[in-house]
Design a binder for this molecule. Structure first.
Ligand code: DAH
Length: 370
């Protein structure tokens, strides 16, 4: 292997004849030769060695196949009284070579690194390589987009805990311990009195108790239920709205929903409030939006009903107002809540809920741009 024109590595590293010594004087000669050979190599300029070559130097002088190993094996040919001294001499040389060669190899590597740096040319005019960023999840994007019109309608956007006391998730919302409505929501119980919130309605109780009334708040966040099938995943997002003030009626609820959905879909959409039951509202209704695929004539997305169920709403049950410290003789309110995934599917024209949760960054990126 040629290093530079001035010398050749194989010449320098050539192994001595492996004739094993059998006396101290023979050994001394081998040792002196080896020391001289090493001295020759490590007095060469380190910057003449690339990384592979300096490794070769290290292996030659200190590796498992270096001549010293043979010499150690040949000790048994020595007269018994010389063996100890011979062994000591070989080990002395070994220690010397290890220190000196290591020092030299380090110098070589530093020199090689310096050369690499010197040769590096940075062209600041080159275009940047494309940076492939991920994307926000479409449902996270949808949640933010849903909050926007609510902000414009005068709602304050608030937050609430996902790990929740049973009280806020249930009792405060008129769902006592043995109430059958607890069965409607398959709850993750975390510890005594602690659950993962099954709906964002728990934020209603926090808001009333911590902020007092009058109140106009909205919240979007994760909710959790122990269920998994074609149309349900255990972690999903909901948004929740709450208004408490003097003289609030169903008319306020209805007109807020009209304004909200018109902004969400970018045009007025037909809404239907279908009488229903929730423990925390009275009266209660399901919110149906006319299917935006078929506009009511019936298609697969709406299961041929012409309508999509978006969530629930109603006037706040006076018991809820009272258990949250609000005087129900003075104040009334409305609330609505819905699954963000549903709205996102309808808005983005997604047919299969599960496709939102397959971590498909291409799909996320495409939807996030809309
Ligand atoms: N929390 C209900 C659920 O998860 C949805 C809901 C219904 C929210 C009626 C409300 C409401 O605010 O008034 O199914």
């Amino acid at each position: 292997m040629t290093l530079t024109q001035d010398f050749s590595l194989s010449d320098v590293l050539e192994l001595p004849p492996t004739a094993a010594a059998s006396s101290l004087s023979e050994l001394q000669k081998l040792i002196d030769d080896e020391r001289e050979r090493c001295g020759k190599v490590i007095s060469l300029p380190p910057d003449k060695f690339n990384d592979a070559q300096s490794d070769e130097v290290r292996v030659r002088f200190t590796g498992r196949k270096s001549p010293l190993q043979d010499w150690l094996k040949s000790l048994r040919n020595f007269p018994a009284e010389e063996r100890k001294e011979a062994g000591a001499k070989i080990n002395q040389l070994k220690a010397f070579l290890e220190v000196e060669v290591e020092r030299f190899v380090t110098l070589c590597k530093q020199a090689a690194e310096q050369q690499r740096l010197n040769n590096e040319r940075i062209d600041l005019t080159l275009p940047l390589p494309e940076v492939r960023l991920g994307s926000r999840h479409p449902v996270a994007v949808a949640a933010q987009q849903l909050l926007e019109p609510l902000r414009r309608l005068g709602f304050t956007v608030i937050d609430g805990p996902e790990l929740e006391r049973e009280f806020y998730n249930f009792e405060a919302l008129n769902i006592p311990a043995e109430h059958p409505a607890r069965e409607m929501q398959d709850t993750f119980f975390i510890a005594s009195q602690w659950v993962l919130r099954t709906h964002t309605s728990s934020v209603q109780a926090h808001a009333m108790m911590e902020r007092g009334v009058p109140l106009r708040v909205a919240c979007a966040g994760f909710t959790y239920r122990n269920e998994l099938d074609l149309t349900h995943v255990p972690t999903f997002r909901q948004i929740e709205c709450l208004v408490v003030d003097k003289g609030i009626t169903l008319a306020h609820l209805r007109s807020t929903l009209n304004a909200f959905f018109a902004e969400v879909f970018g045009r007025p959409v037909k809404l239907r409030l279908r009488s229903s039951y929730f423990p925390f509202t009275e009266p209660s209704a399901e919110i149906d939006v006319q299917c935006q695929q078929c506009f009511g004539s019936g298609c697969r997305s709406c299961k041929h009903t012409g309508w999509l169920e978006m969530g629930g709403c109603g006037l706040i049950n006076t018991r809820v107002l009272e258990s949250c410290g609000v005087d129900s003789k003075v104040y009334s309110g409305f609330a609505f809540g819905m699954g963000v995934d549903r709205i996102a599917m309808s808005k983005f024209g997604i047919a299969d809920l599960r496709s939102l949760y397959e971590g498909d960054v291409l799909m996320s990126r495409q939807l996030a741009l809309r």
